[in-house]
Design a binder for this molecule. Structure first.
Ligand code: ATP
Length: 324
């Protein structure tokens, strides 16, 4: 679906760079791409005041069982958009078990800033295994990725970059993003200080689950879990995990990640809530019996207690196809 195309920026005098566009766009002249009907949301046009209700409201209403995520994401995004003098771009690192809502939150953040959400030309999503699959092409990917970020931020300073499967991303590639996340005022004439980077990964999921399980076993409620209960353990475990591309990345080394956002594993009751939303979104009446049957079909861990859904809410929609 995506192609790299070479574009030139004569105004910046920087010659040409690579930009990632859809295949259809690659056939159009560059001028057509840059004439986007939806304006790039500059900070003067979009303030936290216009964003906050939508972001907070959507997270409160749509995201289940993630009280820490709500708090951190709203604070981070709101604070960043409010700051007219940001010294660096915003970098959020979302961690947690599969199907717990990381991509979902990326979508909600995108929708709160850009009219077209993830479909906006100013939102760029990358999946490590899909876009950077070959270790032997790492140098090519590095050049392309850097040119792509530079090209797109030149067009729209308030660009959003979402990197999925960070734990499967080559460490060298992660390091190549580093200059853009740093405190530079300008890099080759481009400022990255309005951009937002969101990194998604499963790295640290076991640690997060351990903390949640500890609370559960001690009879404490999930909502009692504080960020500090998880955050230190998370950054250490992500750092020390040799299988995760993050572990020796200078992103963490140099404190370029502003917020670590932990996603808790989802429980039976959250799965039921997801099923309910999915049934409603298909326009069917909610039937308690079907809710229970689908939630019961999911598998839960640990083996003895069976508290957390091992796929989160991920396969709920596929299971519904059987009933409707
Ligand atoms: N906490 C949640 N609250 C409400 N819905 C959720 C939640 N978590 C997941 N879902 C639903 O499940 C779908 C799949 O979740 P999502 O893709 O966000 O998981 P993920 O954490 O990114 O998983 P992975 O690590 O496998 O990429 C979402 O589109 C959403 O419909």
């Amino acid at each position: 679906l995506l192609n790299w195309r070479k574009i030139s920026f004569s105004a910046l005098g920087t010659g040409s760079m690579w930009q990632l566009v859809t295949k259809a766009e690659a056939l159009q002249p560059v001028s057509a791409i840059r004439r986007d009907p939806v304006a790039c949301p500059l900070s003067s046009l979009l303030t936290a005041r216009s964003l906050r209700p939508a972001l907070q409201e959507n997270l409160d209403k749509k995201l289940f069982g993630q009280h820490l995520v709500n708090k951190v994401v709203v604070k981070a995004v709101k604070g960043f958009l409010n700051n007219t003098n940001a010294k660096k771009p915003l970098a959020l690192s979302l961690h947690g078990w599969t199907g717990t809502g990381k991509n979902f939150v990326g979508r909600i953040v995108a929708e709160s800033i850009y009219k077209r959400g993830l479909r906006s030309k100013y939102v760029h999503q990358f999946v490590a295994t899909l876009h950077f699959p070959h270790a032997h092409s790492i140098n090519l990917y590095k050049d392309q990725l850097q040119s792509w970020i530079r090209g797109n931020v030149s067009i729209c300073p308030r660009s959003l970059f979402i990197f999925d499967e960070m734990d499967k991303m080559h460490a060298g590639l992660i390091d190549s993003i580093k200059p853009f996340l740093d405190y530079y005022e300008l890099l080759d004439g481009v400022s990255y200080r309005q951009a937002i980077f969101i990194f998604l990964s499963n790295a640290g999921a076991e640690k997060i689950t351990e903390v949640a399980l500890d609370f559960w076993r001690n009879g404490r409620t999930r909502e009692d879990i504080q960020l500090t209960d998880i955050q230190n353990a998370l950054s250490v475990s992500v750092f020390n995990n040799k299988n995760s591309g993050f572990w020796h990345s200078t992103l963490i080394d140099r404190n370029l990640i502003d917020y670590f956002v932990p996603f808790l594993p989802l429980e039976y009751k959250h799965v039921k809530m997801c099923v309910k939303v999915e049934i409603e979104s298909r326009g069917y009446a909610v039937d308690e019996d079907i809710l229970t049957r689908i939630a019961n079909e999911m598998t839960y861990f640990p083996r003895e207690e069976r508290i957390y859904s091992d796929k989160g809410c991920k396969t709920v929609d596929a299971k519904l196809d059987y009933y409707f």
